[in-house]
Design a protein around this ligand. Sequence first.
Ligand code: 5GP
Ligand code: MN
Length: 345
Amino acid sequence: MLSKIIRQADIDHFSKWLERAEKMVIVSHISPDGDAIGSSLGLWHFLNSQEKTVNVIVPNAFPDFLKWMPGSKDILLYDKYKEFADQLIAEADVICCLDFNAIHRIDAMGEAVLASPARKILIDHHLDPEPFCRITISHPEISSTSELVFRLICRMGYFNEITKEGAECIYTGMMTDTGGFTYNSNNREIYFIISELLSKGIDKDDIYRKVFNTYSESRLRLMGYVLTQMRVYTDCNAALISLTKKEQRRFNYIRGDSEGFVNIPLSIKNVVFSCFLREDTEKPMIKISLRSVGKFPCNQVASEFFNGGGHLNASGGEFYGTMDEAREVFEAALNKYKPLLTAQP
Ligand code: 5GP
Ligand code: MN
């Protein structure tokens, strides 16, 4: 049995909306990851079974390793089909906002969502949700939005309506937001849910291979290069990797090629804090990704030094300046947080 973590009032409220809604839209965050796409499609499959007219819209493209997911071909990219998407958003009865806590996380689409008269529900696991939805289901203690979608569907009494395809999407989101169940994954109910998803006929081993083992040769070579350039700050139990635009060109970088790189330095003994600096190809800025293990709050570093935020162990931000300057800011952060970084667990 699963604990009833979602408030009954929210379940009842959303069930009521579902009774009346015909047109529904699901939106998720910019640069969608496995959980954004997994939770959106998981909910999409379910709503399709309820005979709703439902569309998933995301701000921009998602990585190739998620394109096998059932339903992914029907996802609308806002930056490509803005006019059509604006119309769907404006005419929707209900808009489901998945896997983000702040309207700016859906970029230009935010304006259309805020302006729409649709009823809005937020289903998310990031800290401090902004109050832009009538129903807010926010559970930062849960490791993925996909898990919340599973819980919501079950609590509404529709476990039987979850199809194999829907289960595959939910599983993918749960798996990617926990690094294949290697972090944020100690809640035993996760494994109960996996067991339920397996009962739908999913092949979890195959999903793992499709998501994690279908990289291009150039990505692997890029990874090798980035790691040879890595800086390790032994006295701070931290490491830094970076990627300039020039280096991206040299390795025929395409979006998504550096996905997950930031986690690799954490496999070094004693390293508990990792930073990845990537020069953006579109905006004149450096994208910061931070990861930590244990209690070190990398989201604090993100908000204090890089105008960002996120979770305790996974956060990010942006930096406007050169790569050298960004590295200096990171080193200043290390200096400040050295006592915490070197504290015994
Ligand atoms: P990633 O490193 O995978 O891009 O981001 C990890 C997490 O950090 C995201 O799930 C999100 O919670 C947070 N994050 C990343 N970039 C930003 C940002 O620019 N601003 C804020 N507030 N959070 C971010
Ligand atoms: Mn997520």
